[in-house]
Design a protein around this ligand. Structure first.
Ligand code: URA
Length: 287
């Protein structure tokens, strides 16, 4: 191992120690047929997009634009993914969302409790209900949308309006059951008029999203639409370009697809969503 690699690995290990992670495990081979790798110890790799603005930077930053990761030598085999992304924002105290250091993993209930009657951003005064998330706390698949709409704000549940019905239909098409997955959003409160969440709102709320994903530890995170892709993967490239690709995301994988609301506005694009859902199915089935 050369000095450069040693330095990167040390930075990453310190980073994970700060998060309270003390051990690493070898993941089972995935659909893409990759050999197991030490996920948590993998240093950041070159990619085309900037990292999430909110990300702490304990490890060296990415500067190159090559789309494929450079393998570690000699122990770590190459990972057949489009890019390797820095893990999500850690749970340290960037915002007052940070939990006290705990000995074991957090539960969704603890995260919800910590969120409380949230007033951390300017969405609070106009929301009716905080839409925390819904579904199986042990899901293999987590969907991340943008933010609650009017129906979700009324009912306190994600994706229960028209976009939610399309999401349900897509899941059914590929044999996924809603009760088996977990669904949440980048922001937990409805932006007025269903506008796109603003940067300060995303910064205030996204630590809770990262903690939810960390608590669930799904095999795959599916980002629905550009705000989710930006928040989870830090990718600003157009979603129609990068959809359907698998990315490494900490110790899990992530895939981007178009938002169901976009398909409702552009029915001809339903093919994109359907094909990406087929990829999700194949991934989960280990094809
Ligand atoms: N759109 C979203 O992004 N999230 C929801 O919960 C509903 C619609």
């Amino acid at each position: 191992m050369n000095n450069e690699t040693r330095k990167e690995l040390t930075a990453w290990l310190e980073f994970y120690q700060e998060l309270g992670i003390e051990g690493f495990y070898r993941r089972k081979p995935t659909t893409t047929g990759s050999a197991p790798i030490l996920e948590a110890a993998r240093p950041p790799q070159p990619m085309a997009a900037d990292p999430p603005k909110h990300a702490l930077s304990p490890a060296p930053t990415r500067t190159a634009t090559a789309p494929t990761p450079t393998p570690l030598k000699p122990a770590v085999p190459p990972v057949p993914v489009t890019a390797v992304i820095r893990p999500p924002m850690p749970v340290v105290s960037l915002f007052d969302a940070a939990p006290a250091r705990r000995s074991g993993p957090e539960t969704l209930e603890q995260i919800r409790q910590d969120l409380g009657d949230c007033r951390r951003c300017k969405l609070a005064p106009t929301r009716k209900t905080i839409v925390f998330g819904d579904g199986n706390p042990h899901a293999e698949l987590v969907f991340v949308g943008e933010g609650p709409g009017a129906d979700e704000d009324e009912q306190g549940l994600p994706f229960v309006g028209r976009a939610g019905k399309l999401l349900n239909r897509m899941m059914e098409t590929v044999g996924l059951k809603r009760q088996d997955v977990y669904i949440c959003n980048v922001v937990k409160c409805r932006p007025p008029g269903n506008r796109t969440p603003e940067t300060d709102e995303v910064e205030a709320c996204s630590p809770f999203l990262y903690r939810q994903i960390e608590a669930i530890k799904p095999r795959l995170v599916c980002c629905l639409g550009a705000p989710a892709v930006r928040t989870v993967l830090g990718i600003k490239e157009g979603i129609t370009k990068i959809h359907g690709r698998f990315y490494d995301f900490g110790s899990t994988r992530a895939l981007a697809t178009v938002h169901p609301a976009y398909v409702l506005r552009n029915p001809r694009e339903e093919k994109i969503l359907r094909e990406d859902f087929e990829k999700i199915r194949d991934f989960l089935q280990g094809a």
